[in-house]
Design a protein around this ligand. Structure first.
Ligand SMILES: C=C(O[C@@H]1C=C(C(=O)O)C=C[C@H]1O)C(=O)O
Length: 480
């Protein structure tokens, strides 16, 4: 039996500002921050890591009774025997991590929680509270980086292999991804990226897991599972088209997506899978027959919400294991698609498209699918995004779709509201030439889709001698 002492008191401070001030010096940092409503946990330090919560007993003390939360970041393919990629290698394989200090915001207010393996005395909490109260209002910073575009021909080959597997009947759908490398002149700061994701235009849930110098972060729109008592929620999210700032055009695109047979087929694999899993573990399963549109800043998705009541005795951790990965991020059938991904993708996805979230001491909590994310260490980083391949998919369209999805995680570098990634620079003339060679300038797609390829064009100019002071000044400050 592990006895945990958890002391919570109300906090009259902005939790993000407090986190920015307090985070320095903590090896472990965890964030699960829903932007649409206050379900927000920002954890610092590690009190304990447990393989299961079965033997944990928590004693709640202090003037507020908030459950301690255990963060849980799980890889896309935890059983993959291939070694994790260099940056992901550093993260420990732990199931439930309880931070020492947690800043909480929920519908009851803001709180400061201190967790310990021995009784927590009020003076210790007071010290953290006093510090939190001195936190200045955060500022956003634009972060300069250079983006190395991946090769279009490698992508075409990958999609070709996926389509072959579909034609041969091995899979019906496979979700393939792209990984792009980033470089910066100074080390990436998790605080800057976090603040830009929280205060910027990205929709969804902001995730951060930092372990020593390496951090994984992003902002995902996809809920995997949420449990509150016996109420369970999940989400079928698959099928994508661009968004437009013009409302009439946006509506036309949305109607086109709702009526597009290929996107509907991609979506239905996910609906069938989630309905089947809930059908085995839950009752009163409610999954609407028709999807709706989830509007995001740059794209829109087909979305079908799923609700059910959990059978007594089934817990959130096992639901997470049964649901993840859904065909939205792997394919159909799931096992065969995972095998195909191991064979086709040149890297191990690590936490990208993994199940990341928290479970509280009462067994409630939620996991999101870690999409629109990247991993960073010092001056290098990798960003990831994928898309579903089904019969009839075209490599060029999927490449552009991924470019749009990548813009969400790349918005973490934008210190200004609504800024595009125009400050991204590519300094290597070789890479720039290679990339522009692989980008078809004739391709008639919406300007929006072209934005990432344009970055390469810009860079080619720069490497030919034109230096834009904006691109070379790392961290041009911008007050909110
Ligand atoms: C795989 C990603 O997104 C997933 C794939 C989608 C699609 O293929 O249409 C849509 C939403 C997500 O479930 C990603 O963003 O990296």
């Amino acid at each position: 039996m592990t006895r945990i002492y958890s002391y919570t008191q109300p906090l009259d401070a902005d939790i993000v500002d407090a986190f920015c001030l307090m985070q320095k010096g903590f090896t472990d940092q965890f964030v699960y921050y829903r932007k649409d409503r206050p379900t927000r946990f920002m954890g610092l330090g590690r009190c304990i890591a447990l393989p299961t919560l079965d033997d944990a007993e928590c004693e709640l003390t202090g003037p507020a009774a908030e459950q301690p939360v255990f963060f849980s970041f799980n890889r896309f393919d935890a059983h993959n025997p291939a070694p994790a990629d260099e940056l992901f290698q550093s993260f420990p394989n732990l199931h439930f991590m309880l931070p020492e200090v947690v800043l909480i915001e929920n519908e009851r207010g803001a709180f400061l929680q201190v967790n310990s393996l021995g009784p927590v005395y009020a003076g210790r909490v007071e010290r953290f509270a006093r510090l939190a109260l001195t936190a200045p209002h955060r500022t956003r910073r634009t972060v300069s980086y250079q983006l190395e575009l991946d090769s279009r021909s490698a992508w075409e080959q990958a999609v070709g292999s996926g389509l072959d597997a579909i034609k041969s009947g091995r899979v019906e759908k496979v979700v393939l991804s792209r990984r792009l490398k980033l470089r910066a002149d100074e080390p990436f700061s998790s605080k800057d990226l976090l603040v830009n994701l929280i205060d910027g235009t990205a929709h969804g849930t902001v995730l951060l897991y930092r372990y020593a110098d390496v951090f994984f972060c992003g902002c995902t729109p996809e809920l995997l599972v949420r449990k509150s008592g016996c109420e369970l929620e999940s989400m079928c999210l698959a099928g994508t088209c661009p968004a437009s700032p013009d409302p009439a055009e946006n509506e036309r695109l949305a109607q086109g997506l709702l009526n597009d047979a290929k996107n509907r087929a991609e979506h239905d694999y996910v609906v069938r899978f989630i309905r089947d899993v809930l059908g085995r573990t839950c009752y009163a399963v409610d999954v609407p027959k028709e999807p709706t549109i989830m509007p995001l800043t740059r794209i829109q998705h087909l979305m079908t919400p799923a609700r059910a009541k959990l059978l007594e005795g089934v817990d959130l951790w096992s639901m997470m294991g049964d649901l993840h990965p859904t065909p939205a991020v792997s394919g159909t059938p799931v096992g065969e698609a995972k095998m195909l991904i191991r064979q086709i993708e040149a890297y191990n996805r690590g936490f990208f498209a993994g199940a990341c979230g928290y479970v509280d001491a009462a067994g409630d909590g939620e996991f999101s699918v870690a999409l629109r994310t990247g991993v960073f260490d010092g001056e290098i980083g990798y960003v990831y995004a994928g898309c579903g391949i089904v019969d009839g998919s075209r490599a060029a369209d999927e490449y552009d779709e991924i470019a749009l999805k990548l813009k969400t995680v790349l918005s973490a570098f934008d210190g200004e509201a609504g800024a595009a990634s125009s400050h991204a620079a590519q300094t290597s003339p070789q890479t720039a030439t290679q990339t522009t060679g692989e980008t078809n300038p004739q391709a008639a797609s919406p300007a929006d889709l072209q934005e990432i390829p344009q970055v390469a064009g810009q860079t080619a100019m720069q490497s030919a001698g034109q230096t834009d002071p904006q691109t070379t000044t790392a961290g041009k400050g911008e007050a909110r």
